[in-house]
Design a protein around this ligand. Sequence first.
Ligand code: PEP
Length: 249
Amino acid sequence: MSKYLIAGNWKMNTNLDEAKKITDSLHSFIGFDSEVEMLICPPFTHLVFLSEIIDLSRISLGAQNVHYEEKGAFTGEISNEMLLSVGCEYVIIGHSERRTLFGETDEMVNKKVMNSLKTGLRVILCIGETLEERESDNTNSVLETQLNKALLGVDTTINLKIAYEPVWAIGTGRTASVEQISETHGFISNYLNNRFGTNTIKKLYGGSMNSENAKEILSIPNVNGDLIGGASLKPENFISIYNSALELC
Ligand code: PEP
């Protein structure tokens, strides 16, 4: 198992040509390293094409969302099976933008997590508090509730990763401090240990990561990788973050 997972969430950015250029640049900079896994999560429309041109032994492919039903009359939705069939290994579930902009509830997140794990996808479950919740000292209880609800009924953790993404740090240029990340990742780690009796579930940090702060954040105990938005669209920044992880191995 790799030591770090460096994941890029491209969100609703790039046309196919731009996506190809980013992917080509990533290929030309990274070799194969079993200690650090690189993952990109482009828009759905690019997955088929990218899975054909990506060397999947060097760069893993993931989706940014999925529906929890297997198939049927769900116009506009994408299933786990569809993702697997185009070479996707990972799926991001419960990103704060899905929760706040698209009304995704903890119950929906739970159904998605359950079904994706059942189908064999690797799940990056996102959790995180708002600024108001942090300032009123409710961070841990908010995270605990999100974890309780999202993981209800989950009994296998092999393919489960958790991304801690403070909502106030996403896309704002404001990163959580080393103390905040350290404290919160420690809390999540204890929760997972108590709940599943294992310390092997990867915990990623996300929120305005960049090439300057990557090494410091990745060296915090219980931080096993990053989920990166903006900086993952710039290959030189994404690779620099990837290299920071390599240096720590
Ligand atoms: C994200 O959307 O998961 C994220 C962390 O975005 P950014 O890196 O741009 O803050």
